[in-house]
Design a binder for this molecule. Structure first.
Ligand code: HEM
Length: 432
């Protein structure tokens, strides 16, 4: 007989569940989200949340459990639903898109064998050796960002003026998108993934859940229109950029269908910059809070990769990914049913006391640093080497030029439960 706990015995107290699921909680991750995640790790590490307006969902908060779920993709599926959770009203809306199949044809929505074939289209392009060939081009963008920062004469909003633009320019240059189109890309990404943040919503629609879903769709359609033109150009005039690889890809002897080409672009364009900008801003915020670590990394550039990894662990800008259970199964003493949803809480895994010594301390010398901010298993982030390279280069260029950094006002955060991080980071700095 199964000893699995019945589902109602595993229901998370409402205040804790809301603290983790509601987008508004992420405006205060330190004060609201992290204490709730710590409580869950200690008391209900794998349990069910039933928050009004959201379908019931299992929350996985331990590093080991998340890794086990991610390494078992035949049971914990990505292709049976959207990659991140939505309020019920948005989920219903998404089902009406893309001929009722799925919101977007992107890697994060697929299972093998489809996922493997589509990921292989760009897998070798994203390998470290190929990505490093872009180092000089990326360094030139980093230098421009540093000069821009220094031009602010001692005070700047590090997010709005620097961190949001640098990764966007990097990812767009890898694609081959011209610089003048970057503001459009920035706006559309924020509408898609910061869409529960009132400041990022389209202004031409009222702020109701239905309207937010409609706005999301509008943003997707605008992306499609833009990238359809880019693809047509790269088919006519192929180069070595990422857009040429995707636009001219063949899978099973046939060209990649248009919705998959666009899905690729959208995934890379969106996944590739908000995440990195949130991590970069978090690194600067933490260096402001720890002047001794700023001094150490300025004196010894070999500490920069450690800074990048610790900022990734600390920020965990991707707050969760979503899986759907493909068959009835017992997991961690709970009876899961086919179709149940799971939320993999990366910020929690990355503060797990069983994995990290003193997890609530920011320490650029932490070794080992086994964070899973890029996920794990077959869906692990395809862009991780790009992200690490561009952050390393920015800090190599920036830190020697900054003698001191301090906060110059309150920090605010994006109100979103999927991609979130600092929205404003006012700093005062002394140039070296
Ligand atoms: C700080 C930067 C970044 C973080 C923290 C991050 C995090 C993640 C995470 C957690 C996943 C899901 C992994 C899983 O399900 O196991 C993911 C997937 C993905 N990321 Fe990133 N990412 C970052 C930067 C990038 C960049 C720069 C790109 C593109 C150039 C990118 C493209 C993607 C794509 C396409 C996927 C889907 C992969 C799949 O499902 O197979 N990401 N990322």
């Amino acid at each position: 007989m199964s000893t699995a706990v019945t589902q109602d015995q595993a229901i998370i107290p409402d205040d804790i569940a809301k603290s983790v699921i509601l987008p508004a909680s992420y405006r205060d991750e330190t004060g609201i989200v992290h204490p709730a995640l710590k409580w869950l790790r200690e008391n209900m590490p794998f349990a069910r949340a039933e928050v009004e307006g959201y379908a019931p969902i299992w929350l996985a908060t331990k590093h080991a459990d998340i890794m086990e779920i991610e390494r078992t993709p035949t049971i914990f599926r990505s292709g049976l639903g959207e990659p991140y959770i939505n309020a019920v009203v948005d989920t219903e809306f998404l089902k009406t898109m893309n001929e009722g199949r799925r919101g977007l044809d992107t890697l994060a929505n697929m299972d093998a064998p489809e996922h493997t074939k589509i990921k292989n289209v760009t897998a070798s392009w994203f390998m470290p050796a190929n990505v490093r060939k872009r180092e000089e081009a990326i360094r030139a963008i980093a230098r421009q960002s540093v000069e821009k920062l220094l031009s602010y004469d001692g005070e700047v909003d590090f997010v709005k003026d620097i961190a949001l633009h640098y990764p966007l320019r990097v990812i767009m240059s890898l694609f081959g998108v011209p610089q003048e189109d970057e503001p459009t890309m920035l706006k559309l990404t924020q509408e898609m993934f910061g869409n529960s943040d009132p400041e990022h919503q389209r202004t031409d629609v009222p702020a109701t859940p239905e309207a937010a879903a409609r706005a999301w769709r509008e943003a997707v359609l605008e992306f499609h229109q833009y990238f359809d033109k880019l693809s047509a150009d790269r088919r006519a005039n192929p180069t070595h950029d990422l857009a040429s690889i995707v636009a001219n890809a063949e899978v099973d002897g046939a060209p990649l269908p248009g919705s998959f080409v666009n899905g690729y672009y959208i995934a890379i364009a969106t996944a590739g910059h908000d995440t990195t900008s949130a991590t970069t801003a978090t690194a600067i915020q933490q260096l402001a809070a720890h002047p001794e670590q700023l001094r150490a990394v300025r004196e010894d550039a070999s500490l920069i990769p450690g800074l990048v990894d610790e900022a990734l662990r600390w920020a965990s800008p991707v707050k969760h990914f979503h899986r759907i259970v493909g068959e009835d199964i017992e997991f961690r003493g709970r009876q899961l049913r086919e179709g149940d949803s799971l939320m993999l809480m990366y910020p929690s895994a990355n503060r797990d006391e069983d994995i990290f010594t003193d997890p609530f301390s920011f320490d650029i010398t932490r070794k080992p640093n086994r964070h899973i901010a890029f996920g794990y298993g077959p869906h692990q982030c395809i862009g991780q080497h790009v992200a690490k390279l561009e952050m390393r280069i920015l800090f190599e260029e920036l830190l020697p030029r900054l003698k001191s950094i301090e906060l110059a006002g309150p920090v605010s955060y994006v109100q979103a439960n999927f991609l979130s991080g600092p929205k404003t980071l006012p700093i005062r700095f002394e140039a070296a």
